[in-house]
Design a protein around this ligand. Sequence first.
Ligand SMILES: NC(=O)c1ccc[n+]([C@@H]2O[C@H](COP(=O)([O-])OP(=O)(O)OC[C@H]3O[C@@H](n4cnc5c(N)ncnc54)[C@H](OP(=O)(O)O)[C@@H]3O)[C@@H](O)[C@H]2O)c1
Length: 293
Amino acid sequence: MEVGFLGLGIMGKAMAVNLLRNGFKVTVWNRTLSRCEELVEQGASMGSTPAEVVKKCKYIIAMLSDPPAALSVVFGKDGVLEQMCTGKGYIDMSTVDTVTSTKISEAIIEKGGRFLEAPVSGSKKPAEDGQLIILAAGDKSLYDEVMPSFDVMGKKAFFLGEVGNGAKMKLVVNMIMGSMITAFSEGLALADKSGLSQTTLLDVLELGAIANPMFKLKGPAMIQEKFPTAFPLKHQQKDMRLALALGDEVEVSMPVAAAANEAFKKGISLGLSDQDFSAVYQVVKESSAASKV
Ligand SMILES: NC(=O)c1ccc[n+]([C@@H]2O[C@H](COP(=O)([O-])OP(=O)(O)OC[C@H]3O[C@@H](n4cnc5c(N)ncnc54)[C@H](OP(=O)(O)O)[C@@H]3O)[C@@H](O)[C@H]2O)c1
């Protein structure tokens, strides 16, 4: 199968590498074109614009940072729409909101193409290991056709029905995750300031009912104040913002998520945008230090 791949950030690069390793022919494009070189060394072809990739490939996957990026790659100059036509399928795996996804879907379909949104749950390591959870919605025939690529990139794919359902499911999941990591950070800070060992807290959590892979993975680095980036904090804040907007739309009150969103916003203002989202621990620590003054 020959696929185009647009967006070689943390996730896109790992996913495209997996496709290459599993025998797919991959043509890549990235806004910062130099980031394509590593993939070309591993056997990928390169397109100089999104339109060029679409012209060449029947199936095109996108993994872009946020709604403005997803929209500009489709609607912008030399964008996806310029070469979209009957017979082609566009699969957007970026985390965006339903409005963005629907707008892209309508434009692709108007050009005769088919559209699938397929955001993923799972971070850098699951992307590298082909262990993502894929939350797809849109054109079922396209879903079935690109299943071999989902089998390579993920451990499980869900088909959730009409466009928007994948985006919503992803936002719900990341809203929970953002609230959890913020509560976890507060717990670590509270333990520390109360004179408790944070390592012992991690051991206690690990044995009980709220043990989870995220605490286990992130906790040891967080207590050393190390935040190697797997999921950038700026993207977690984007997901909280989009999830809160979804809550507005359907009238669900989410005070916990709203408070966590403020912590991530504060993280951005402290210059933590490109650190891992677990750096929200720095925000919590900073706030407790400030409140002592
Ligand atoms: N990292 C994770 O753990 C994770 C997990 C699940 C889902 N996601 C979601 O997956 C998506 C990608 O995440 P990531 O971690 O790979 O992000 P990333 O490392 O920040 O990469 C973002 C990608 O988007 C491109 N981009 C940004 N603005 C653009 C624009 N205006 N036009 C064209 N391209 C643009 C970047 O190109 P440049 O290289 O030129 O900047 C890069 O290829 C996001 O929606 C994120 O929320 C991430």
